[in-house]
Design a protein around this ligand. Structure first.
Ligand code: ASP
Length: 484
């Protein structure tokens, strides 16, 4: 029997009620674009930085509120998820997640390389490309070695707001002396004012493991983190209802601030198009195909249910900032078991960045093309390996990929300053790649959940053979009962 479309006002009202949040979010984006364009063209001269800040102020408040949830959410969800899992079973779930992260990151890099080599966006001249900004000058080993350093933060409180970075200090010399080679410069340490998410993830994982081995003695601390995790999810569900307004003002300020589109794309249009094409093929063809192959389910509903997360990722350019929304969409709309999401998503948001990996590979080869440098197969392989490492090392914050790009350039002997060739469009590309980073983590959670159902059921059967209530039902109740 075919279902007839009914114009019954009650049916329409029900449909609107059921989809109120996505409708409001899309209206937020559209409203932001319209407001931004009207303000931008309402006067002749450009808007000052201060004026743009005023327009984006409400969006900034929303972003700050989202960011406030990152630490409680990541730490509590990881500790409670790992602490309450049966280790032998959770090992399998963890291995599946890691296999997914590695496979999809490598696929993204390979796709990026195929596209940039065949489209060849770098014409072999940097004429007309505006260079801007400054690059950090360090060695690739410094950047690589900073990753494990940040994995083991010596001070957890400091890890909540600072990330370690190595610096090499240029010696002071007299006018007539020659500067010693860089390898002779002093090696110093510095900190950037960014949350060391890797350090917190590693500590929370180890604490969760310790609690799971402690049994009854670990219960009080485990209950504390479980309760904190549920409370953070409740706050998230409140915040999400404010997100359309925050997104509206973030998008409006972006529209006012951005450089003239035609100028920007005229210089770097083909490069921009190559990255965006790759990102969309990977996010909307490759990843959904993997999901379908492994789960035997069509991905459309799953993807549609994540819309709120993509839009937040685009508006904030931060996958860590989007984390609360990602959790919410996965658990509430896609009904993914929180034992999987709270385990897979914090780690994924930190190390699994397919959009960034693809972009790093395309950008490095594009710069080599602009410089007229012919790359050997060995150099292309080296680019793919470092692009993977650079994506793992990039934090889930705006334009973090641009910073870790230094090591990809270094591996083929290009100067770090060359990344300034692509800076003009990076802020916009960043939003697209963040969207795909979030999408990749979400599909990963969905896939791992489908493949781990047997283990999860096994965990539900307690030692007495009783069937416990799955924790997602309990978590869902908490969120439902807290809705405004
Ligand atoms: N902004 C990206 C993210 O948060 C990272 C990057 O590619 O710069 O996922």
């Amino acid at each position: 029997m075919s279902r007839k479309f009914s114009c019954n006002p009650k049916t329409i009202k029900d449909a609107i009620n059921a989809n109120l949040l996505p409708i409001l979010t899309v209206s937020g984006v559209t409203g932001g674009v319209v407001l931004g364009v009207i303000l931008r063209y309402s006067r002749d001269g450009p808007w000052s930085k201060r004026e743009v800040m005023y327009v984006g102020y409400i969006g900034e408040l929303f972003l700050r509120a989202l960011k406030a949830l990152i630490i409680p959410l990541i730490v509590s969800s990881l500790v409670s998820a790992i602490g309450s899992l049966d280790l032998s079973l959770s090992k399998k779930i963890g291995l599946r997640a890691v296999a997914y992260y590695m496979t999809t990151t490598v696929l993204a890099v390979v796709l990026g390389i195929i596209l940039v080599v065949s489209i060849h966006p770098g014409k072999g001249s940097d004429e007309g490309i505006t260079k801007a900004g400054e690059a950090r000058s360090v060695y690739t080993p410094d950047l690589l070695m900073d990753l494990p350093r940040n994995l083991f933060p010596p001070n957890l409180i400091q890890a909540c707001f600072e990330t370690y970075k190595t610096v090499i200090v240029e010696p002071k010399i007299d006018e007539n002396d020659t500067l010693p080679p860089k390898s002779e410069w002093d090696i110093g340490s510095d900190h950037s004012r960014a949350l060391n998410i890797m350090g917190l993830v590693s500590f929370a994982t180890v604490l969760g493991l310790a609690l799971s081995t402690l049994g009854a003695k670990g219960k009080p601390l485990l209950s504390f983190f479980q309760s904190l995790s549920d409370a953070s999810m409740v706050i998230t569900s409140w915040l999400i209802w404010i997100s359309p307004i925050g997104i509206l003002f973030l998008v409006a300020s972006m529209m006012i601030e951005m450089e003239d589109f035609s100028v920007m794309l005229g210089q770097l249009g083909l490069y921009f198009g190559t990255v965006v094409l790759g990102i969309f093929i990977h996010g909307f063809l490759v990843l959904p195909a993997l999901y379908t192959i492994f789960t035997r389910k069509l991905p459309f509903r799953f993807l549609a249910n994540m819309t709120q997360a993509y839009i937040t990722a685009f508006a904030t350019a931060s996958s860590s900032g989007t984390l609360p929304v990602t959790f919410q969409c996965l658990e509430e709309k896609n009904k993914i078991d929180p034992r999987v999401t709270r385990f897979v998503i914090p780690i994924g948001a930190t190390i699994n960045m397919d959009g960034t990996a693809l972009y790093e590979a395309v950008a490095a080869i594009f710069i080599a093309q602009v410089r007229g440098m012919a790359l050997t197969i060995g150099q292309v392989v080296a680019i793919s390996i470092t692009a993977t490492a650079a994506a793992i090392g990039a934090a889930g914050i705006p334009q973090a990929g641009l910073v870790t790009m230094v090591m990809v350039l270094d591996v083929v002997g290009l100067p770090a300053e060359d990344m300034t060739l692509i800076i003009a469009v990076d802020w916009l590309l960043d939003r697209f790649r963040t969207m795909i980073n979030v999408l990749g983590d979400s599909i990963g959670a969905g896939l791992v959940y489908e493949l781990s159902k047997k283990e999860l059921e096994q965990m539900n059967i307690n030692a007495n053979g009783d069937v416990e209530r799955p924790s997602n039902e309990i978590a869902m109740d908490t969120v439902e009962s807290s809705k405004m």
